[in-house]
Design a protein around this ligand. Structure first.
Ligand code: SAM
Ligand code: SF4
Length: 357
């Protein structure tokens, strides 16, 4: 392989291109960084749009959606993912957003990505709205796994959080996902103090009753309104305490293997519950993720303040190897951690819905 010559990531903060320091990188084809990590898991945001307005993510009025011509087309997207699988050793592709089910060509994209060899695992993180009537279509397209977000079992609380009365649709999505065999169906839940934090044990009981795998995600500073506060967020310790009031939790001895969720056996197992404590127990040292936004920017971290523009190369006639080289160079410069607890931490300009959660 030739040495990396092309990589000049665009640094979003100052706008000035900074040539990456690639000394010591060697010529590995993979997405390695100078802290010894390797990217294997690609998160792809398919759209920044959404049909819910979760308070911890989006403002009530929505956002200024990205114009259609700035978004990667289906062909561009599949080309980038093919480069990631063929040349960079990516093994898992997760489609997210915004709400990925709003992307018109989604089944076709899943089918094309699922046909790549070696076959990557293809999964979806979704709010579930509209999934129930299309579940077969997604399984036929080759979807392997699904995570459905559900923060409350109470219709009023669900509406208070998401600003839409759609609890029934989400429950139907969970049923449908299990019925078509996308098991184990995973649930993502975010707890908000004084809103739904008292529901933690009920959510776990619901998951146990249905055979779903529940994971609580600590609220992160990625909301469009910048209202997150360290003092108000519900911490992993508190989540454990709330669950311990009704369940016996013990650390799951299974290897975590780069997975963000810390797993606990419930009442001796085999059922487990996960806690993704990005803020209070960061797992950056094991991070194996890389991200592609709907408008074709690479991010090495949810909290990156810099992005690398792949769309310009794609539309400027660049080769697959040039795309791969730029991605490798960007990854080499991945920071060791997100620094949320550092007083100098600055929330990224883009909210979660535009980055891809
Ligand atoms: N719309 C889809 C959904 O809600 O599942 C996919 C995108 S959403 C950004 C992905 C996940 O990020 C969801 O589980 C959501 O609850 C979570 N999320 C969004 N904003 C968050 C925040 N500020 N802190 C922690 N998790 C957040
Ligand atoms: Fe939409 Fe997901 Fe954000 Fe909720 S968390 S507003 S469902 S993108």
């Amino acid at each position: 392989m030739t040495a990396i010559a092309l990589g000049i990531p665009r640094v979003g903060v100052a706008g000035a291109p900074v040539p990456p320091d690639l000394s010591g990188r060697g010529d590995s084809p993979y997405l390695i960084d100078r802290h010894g990590r390797r990217g294997r898991d690609l998160r792809v945001s398919l759209t920044d749009r959404c049909n819910l307005r979760c308070t911890y993510c989006m403002p009530a009025e929505g956002l200024d959606w990205q114009p259609a011509d700035e978004l990667l087309s289906d062909d561009e997207l599949v080309r980038v993912i093919t480069v990631a699988v063929d040349r960079l050793g990516i093994q898992e592709i997760r489609f997210t957003g915004g709400e990925p089910l709003l992307r018109k060509g989604l089944p076709g994209i899943i089918a094309r990505v699922g046909a790549l060899r070696p076959k990557p695992e293809v999964s979806l993180t979704t709010n579930g709205i509209g999934f129930a009537r299309r579940a077969d279509e997604f399984v036929d397209a080759g979807l392997d796994r699904i995570n459905i977000s559900l923060d409350s079992l109470d219709p009023d609380t669900f509406e208070r959080i998401t600003r839409r009365r759609r609890l029934r649709d989400v429950l139907a999505a969970l049923d449908a996902a299990a019925a078509v065999g996308l098991t184990p169906v995973k649930i993502n839940a975010v707890l908000l103090r004084g809103v739904n934090d008292h529901e933690a044990p009920d959510l776990l009981q619901f998951a146990l009753d249905h055979g779903y795998q529940l994971r609580f995600i600590e609220q992160m500073p990625l909301d469009a309104g910048h209202v997150w506060s360290r003092d108000r967020m519900v911490t992993a310790d508190e989540i454990q305490e709330r669950l311990a009031a009704r369940f016996d939790l013990s650390p799951d001895p299974g290897a975590r293997l780069g997975a963000p969720a810390e797993l606990f056996r419930v009442n001796g197992g085999p059922a487990t519950v996960g806690i993704i404590a990005s803020v209070t127990r960061p797992f950056c040292g094991d991070c194996d993720r890389t991200r592609l936004t709907a408008d074709g920017q690479i991010r090495t971290c949810l909290f990156s303040r810099a992005e690398t523009d792949l769309r310009a190369i794609l539309r400027g006639g660049g080769t697959d190897e040039q795309i791969a080289q730029l991605w490798r160079a960007t990854t080499w410069g991945k920071l060791p951690g997100h620094g949320i607890d550092d007083p100098s931490f600055l929330q990224p300009d883009r909210p979660m819905s535009a980055i891809g959660g």
